[in-house]
Design a protein around this ligand. Structure first.
Ligand code: FEO
Ligand code: CA
Ligand code: CA
Ligand code: CA
Length: 683
């Protein structure tokens, strides 16, 4: 988005008095209010009876085109992009990829019954119930798998690598290959598959009970406070209650009642015509709804050229059906996925749930964009383990909060609640709770939430209740305070206590301890858990004392591993993304860096408690170009499912840089893998 257009948009909106009210961040609470101390013996006290920590893995960083594991571990490929999910469907062959067949109509139809592209977030639902009890819990179950996006240069033969070169041909190419859009829409969404472990390892059960593909065209329901709102009414859905499809599904989580929570993240990449529509429209309410989640004139994928619902000039509100957390019942393939609007609309990375002290449910979420926020949703009603049906719509009623981090290590959850007597009222652009959740970013701006370094997975440790958030990186974070416009609101770009490093190329992790150790608290304490980087680089500082983490003072390569003191005993790590926990409560981290600064992306584990707290070690190194996602354990801790996403990024079909997983001259394929110890013990 160029400056002149942002200025134009600001002018058009301020004429209506909306944007002027939405910037300028009023703080709700004074800084002098008492911070909450964690309950005595609180966070660590739930570990009694937890099994002894298994040994930590040891693997050096690598640039090999292979999925490498530390000695003593092994993996198997469970499903690759294009594998058939039903017995009556043929798998996608290497030859079909290499000869450019994905622009043909029959291939699009087949993709609707095949594993999608670029697997990402995962949720494992063991047979034997949501909590994984029962004999089969570690041997078979349903896996929900996100398929985040497609890479045209690795799907369509002859496509140039450079996005700029593709932009020049996109409109003409898309119009002459309309079935390529159908194929892309079918490659997105979610796969629901049956998996089972036998002597050879984990296998995909084709045509297993419940097998399902959800795509960019699957009928979904809009639920919660924005259901039926005027802003969600479109030509195809005059009731504002039904959305078509889900896409850009990044990380994921699970509810306590056995459903899958998938996220819609970079949905702004899928719509075109924004600038020309925005310059001409007098639908200021819709214009305002897009202001903090702006779209493109030419989308990177070109769907708008053949599918009018992706063209804002035809359907200016269609994009508001996306950017939500979507709840899927993995056991009922006929149930429409439900978009839970109460959880807010933004670049959702994932949603992870935990029980509050009084039986309500807290859900933690990140908004993955530079200088965006961390959110929490607390249900109004209590979880009822005895009556599953009573939990079905728990995520429709409750309070959405955004996080503000204070320099003294305290923090507050700011309630995003419409109230004519409060800050979110019709004069500030919020006529109802529907407006608040649709414009969640703007509401959080107004309350003074803290702009973060790209919040990815935010996940509570099921053993300790402490919450960990991956701030993946932010090259635009500056050393000194400076106010400027970012995504249509004015903020301070300077380093602060919670985002302490200028030019944060390696990212960091924050540990959050809820007040009174209660996930429903509105106050918390926080500390930096990890400053990622390469401790092998002797020109950088390896910090051991948290007091040395001073905003603006840190250098790009400085690292901190939760106070662990020996830089020889930890692995380098860059750009933490998805998080997971094993049954012992150790934190697992998978990374998404561009690979230039350090090595290929990997999977890492770090104890969060005890004398080894902070001793982060590498388990896996992904193939060339890949990012590792997922990070989902079976309840017995013996299997770790990972998504190997975009192997071969940086190459094309004609000039591949990876041949993983099949080797030889095969095109690269994103794949779901199962990792275990060779001796069968828990990881
Ligand atoms: Fe799709 Fe935020 O990673
Ligand atoms: Ca991610
Ligand atoms: Ca996770
Ligand atoms: Ca990422």
């Amino acid at each position: 988005m160029t400056e002149p257009f942002e200025a134009l948009l600001a002018r058009r909106l301020s004429r209506r008095g909306l944007l002027g009210a939405a910037v300028g961040g009023t703080l709700l609470f004074g800084a002098g209010e008492a911070a909450v101390e964690p309950a005595a013996g609180g966070a660590g006290s739930r570990t009694a009876g937890a099994p002894r920590n298994p040994p930590l893995p040891s693997l050096a960083p690598s640039r090999a085109d292979a999925l490498l594991l530390a000695p003593g571990y092994r993996y198997s490929v469970v499903a690759r992009w294009g594998d058939a999910l039903w017995n009556d469907t043929a798998a996608l062959s290497d030859l079909e990829i290499q000869r450019g067949a994905l622009v043909e109509a029959p291939l699009a139809a087949r993709q609707e019954r095949q594993f999608g592209t670029n697997c990402d977030g995962l949720g494992f639902f063991p047979n034997g119930g949501a909590r994984g009890v029962g004999r089969d819990a570690g041997r078979r179950g349903v896996l929900c798998v996100n398929h985040e996006y497609v890479q045209p240069e690795l799907a369509f033969a002859g496509q140039p690598l450079s996005g700029i070169a593709r932009a020049e041909i996109r409109e003409a190419w898309t119009k002459s290959n309309p079935d390529a859009v159908r194929w892309m829409q079918a490659a997105h969404g979610v796969s629901v598959i049956q998996v089972e472990r036998d002597r050879r390892g984990w296998q995909l059960r084709r045509s297993g009970r419940g097998t399902r593909r959800i795509t960019a065209n699957t009928l979904c329901e809009l639920a919660g406070p924005a259901r039926g709102a005027e802003l969600l009414r479109t030509g195809a859905d005059p009731s504002g209650t039904r959305a078509r499809g889900t896409f850009a599904n990044c990380a994921a989580g699970k509810s306590l009642w056995g459903t899958y929570l998938t996220s819609e993240e970079n949905i702004d990449d899928y719509f075109g015509g924004y600038r020309s529509w925005a310059s001409a429209t007098d639908d200021f309410a819709t214009l305002d709804a897009h202001a903090r989640f702006p779209l493109f004139e030419q989308s990177p994928y070109g769907w708008e050229h053949v599918d009018p619902r992706f063209d804002l000039r035809r359907e200016p509100r269609e994009a508001l059906h996306f950017g939500w957390i979507v709840e899927i019942d993995p056991m009922d393939p006929t149930a429409a996925p439900k978009k839970r609007t109460a959880l807010g609309r933004f670049s959702h990375e994932g949603a992870n749930t935990i029980l509050a002290r009084d039986g309500r449910v807290a859900t933690y979420m990140g908004d993955d964009d530079k200088f965006e926020y961390v959110y929490k949703f607390v249900t109004r009603d209590r979880f009822d383990p005895k009556r599953p049906a009573a939990n079905r719509d728990l995520l429709d009623h409750g309070t959405l909060y955004a996080a503000r981090f204070a320099a003294d290590g305290s923090g507050a959850w700011l309630p995003l609640v419409h109230d004519e007597a409060g800050p979110l009222n019709s004069r500030t652009g919020f006529r109802s709770q529907a407006d608040v959740v649709i414009k969640a970013r703007a509401a959080a701006d107004l309350l003074g939430a803290t702009p973060m370094d790209r919040p990815e997975d935010v996940e509570p440790n099921p053993v300790t209740g402490r919450v960990y958030m991956a701030l993946t990186k932010n090259g635009d974070r500056e050393r000194a305070p400076r106010r400027d416009f970012v995504t249509n609101r004015e903020i301070d770009l300077g380093a602060d206590a919670a985002n302490p490093r200028a030019r944060n190329d390696f990212g960091h992790i924050i540990e959050l301890i809820e007040g009174n150790d209660d996930a429903a608290a509105t106050r918390f304490m926080w500390n930096v858990f990890l400053l990622a980087g390469d401790p092998r680089d002797r020109s950088t500082r390896f910090l051991v004392d948290a007091a040395a983490i001073r905003p603006g003072d840190l250098q790009r390569g400085d690292t901190y591993y939760a106070g662990f003191a020996d830089r020889e005993q930890v692995s380098p790590i860059a750009c933490p993304d998805n998080l997971g926990f094993d049954p012992q409560g150790r934190l697992w981290i998978v990374t998404d860096s561009d690979g230039r600064s350090l090595a290929n992306n990997g999977c890492f584990v770090v104890p969060t408690q005890g004398p080894l707290r902070g001793q982060l070690r590498q388990l896996a190194s992904g193939p060339v170009g890949s990012e590792i996602c997922g990070c989902e354990f079976t309840p017995d801790g013996r299997t770790l499912f990972l998504s190997i996403q975009h192997p071969g990024e940086g190459g094309t079909i004609d000039k591949p840089v990876s041949h993983w997983p099949d080797g030889g001259v095969a095109p690269p394929r994103s794949s779901l893998v199962a990792v275990s110890r060779e001796d069968g013990d828990p990881l």
